[in-house]
Ligand binder design. Structure first.
Ligand code: DGY
Length: 432
C-alpha cells in the first residue's frame, strides 16, 4: 500500500500549481471549488497542512463581495484549453458591481469548505489559519442564506446543474428539457468530449442548455431575484443541503473555538432551520428527494445525491435499504455504489453522473455507514474501492458494472486529484 500512497501523493504533487491544485491536467486545468475541499482531506492525511491551507486561501481570495465562492478560478489566463472559460463568463461586463476579479465563473459548488477547514484545524492546530479563513466561510454561508433561500425555509437552491457537482444527473433532465434550444451555438467549442471518450460525457444538447443558463445569468447581471424569476432551473438539491448541514455544524465548532459569541446564535439558527425543512420538506414517499421550485414538486428520481443524505438525515434506514437494493448489486458481488439507481431506464454505467461510481461520494457514504455502526458493509465498499483504484488507476470515475477491475473501466480523466486525495484518506482512515 505504501507504493500506492506514494503514487497518489505524486499525482497531487504534479497537479499542484504553486498554491492550488488542479483536478486533472487534461480536462480541468484550473482550480475548482469543491475539488479543492476534497483535496484538502488528502493533504491532511499526509500532514501537508501548508498545502491544504494554501488550497483554501487561493480559492477564497476570489470570493465575490456578496460572499459567492466561484466554482472555478481561472488563475492562469494563458491556458485556454478549457471550455467555457472567462471569455464566455465576461464578468467584466456583467458582474463588476459584485467582484473586481474577473477570472472566475459566476456559479458555486457544494459547500463542503467549512467541514474541510475544521478537519484541517483539528489536525494542524493552526489557529492563525482558522482566524483568517473563518470570516470568509461565514460570509459564504451568509450568501447562501440571504441570496439562495428565497422562501426562507432554510433550504438552499442551485441555479445551474454545475452547482450540484453532479452535472448531468438525470434528476436535472426535466428542468433542463424545459429550456428550448433552437440552434446549437456553443457545443462545437467543447474540448472535453474530444479529450476523453464522448460516451462518458454529457451530450451536446445538455451543453447548449448549460451555456444558455450562463447567458441568462449575464443578462440578469447576476441578480439572484431576477434569475429566480426567469430561469427554469431552480432546485433545492439533497446533496447540496446535506453538505450545508454538515458544514454548518463545522462552522459552529469553529465559531466556538474562536469564541465568536454573536455568530454562534446565527449559525445555530441556520442549523435548526435547514435541518427542520430537510426532514419535513425533502422527505416524501419514504425517501429524500430534491425539490423543483419552479414546478413546486419533488424530483422523484433516486440518485447518489439522495443516498448522500445518510450522513445527516433522521430516516437513515430507508436510505441504507435503497443503497443495498438499488445502488449496489450485492447478489453479483458488486460493491460499486452507482450514481443512479440501477433499474432506472436512464442508467448508464459509464456516463458521468448517470450511473458510474465516484470515489468522493463513495467515501462520504462509507463515513455515514460507519457512523451508524454498519461496519461490515462500509468495509466491503471501501475495500472494493481501494482495490479498484490500486489495480486500474486514479480515474475520475469508474464503470459501476465492472467487478473484475478491468483497465477499460476507468472513466473520464486519469490522475484525478480528488481520487488520489480520497484514496489516501480512506487508507489512513481519516474521517470526513
Ligand atoms: C465540467 O466542465 O465538466 C465541470 O464539471 C463544470 O464545472
Amino acid at each position: 500500500m505504501k507504493d500506492e500512497i506514494q503514487t497518489a501523493k505524486s499525482i497531487l504533487d504534479s497537479n499542484r500549481k504553486n498554491k492550488y491544485t488542479i483536478p486533472s491536467i487534461n480536462l480541468y486545468p484550473h482550480q475548482w471549488s469543491w475539488d479543492s475541499a476534497w483535496i484538502v482531506y488528502g493533504y491532511c492525511s499526509i500532514n501537508e497542512f501548508q498545502n491544504a491551507e494554501n488550497e483554501m486561501m487561493s480559492l477564497f481570495k476570489y470570493q465575490w463581495r456578496n460572499g459567492l465562492v466561484p466554482s472555478i478560478i481561472f488563475h492562469d489566463l494563458s491556458d485556454i484549453t478549457y471550455f467555457p472559460g472567462p471569455e464566455i463568463w465576461e464578468l467584466d461586463k456583467s458582474a463588476s458591481h459584485l467582484t473586481d476579479k474577473f477570472c472566475t465563473t459566476g456559479i458555486v459548488q457544494p459547500p463542503i469548505h467549512a467541514s474541510a477547514c475544521l478537519k484541517l484545524y483539528e489536525l494542524s492546530k493552526n489557529k492563525i489559519f482558522l482566524n483568517l479563513i473563518y470570516p470568509k466561510l461565514l460570509k459564504w454561508h451568509k450568501y447562501l442564506y440571504t441570496e439562495r433561500d428565497i422562501l426562507d425555509d432554510g433550504l438552499i437552491y442551485i441555479r445551474h446543474p454545475w452547482e450540484s457537482g453532479m452535472d448531468n444527473s438525470p434528476a436535472w433532465d426535466e428542468s433542463l428539457n424545459r429550456i428550448k434550444i433552437n440552434e446549437y451555438k456553443y457545443s462545437k467549442f467543447r474540448t472535453d468530449n474530444k479529450k476523453v471518450n464522448p460516451k462518458e460525457r454529457p451530450t451536446d444538447i445538455t451543453y447548449e442548455r448549460y451555456l444558455y443558463l450562463i447567458e441568462l445569468f449575464k443578462e440578469c447581471k447576476f441578480n439572484e431575484r431576477l434569475i429566480f424569476e426567469k430561469s427554469e432551473f431552480i432546485i433545492q438539491d439533497v446533496l447540496f443541503n446535506t453538505l450545508l448541514i454538515k458544514s454548518n455544524n463545522a462552522l459552529l465548532k469553529i465559531a466556538q473555538i474562536l469564541d465568536k459569541k454573536i455568530d454562534i446564535n446565527l449559525i445555530n439558527y441556520w442549523i435548526q432551520k435547514t435541518k427542520l425543512s430537510f426532514e419535513s420538506k425533502l422527505y416524501k414517499n419514504s425517501f429524500y428527494y430534491s425539490f423543483d421550485l419552479k414546478k413546486n414538486k419533488h424530483i422523484e428520481i433516486k440518485t447518489i445525491s439522495n443516498i448522500s443524505s445518510i450522513i445527516v438525515c433522521d430516516n437513515y434506514n430507508v436510505v441504507i435499504n435503497s443503497l443495498l437494493d438499488q445502488f449496489l448489486d450485492i447478489k453479483n458481488n458488486n460493491y460499486n455504489i452507482a450514481s443512479l439507481e440501477r433499474n432506472n431506464k436512464l442508467f448508464d454505467s459509464i456516463n458521468y453522473w448517470r450511473g458510474p461510481m465516484w470515489v468522493n461520494l463513495t467515501w462520504l457514504i462509507i463515513n455515514g455507514l460507519k457512523k451508524l455502526e454498519k461496519h461490515d458493509l462500509a468495509n466491503k465498499i471501501k475495500d472494493n474501492c481501494i482495490k479498484k483504484i490500486s489495480s486500474i488507476g486514479f480515474y475520475e470515475y469508474f464503470d459501476s458494472n465492472d467487478i473484475d477491475n478491468k483497465k477499460i473501466s476507468g472513466c473520464g480523466d486519469n490522475k484525478f486529484s480528488w481520487t488520489a486525495a480520497i484514496f489516501i484518506s480512506m487508507i489512513r482512515d481519516i474521517k470526513f
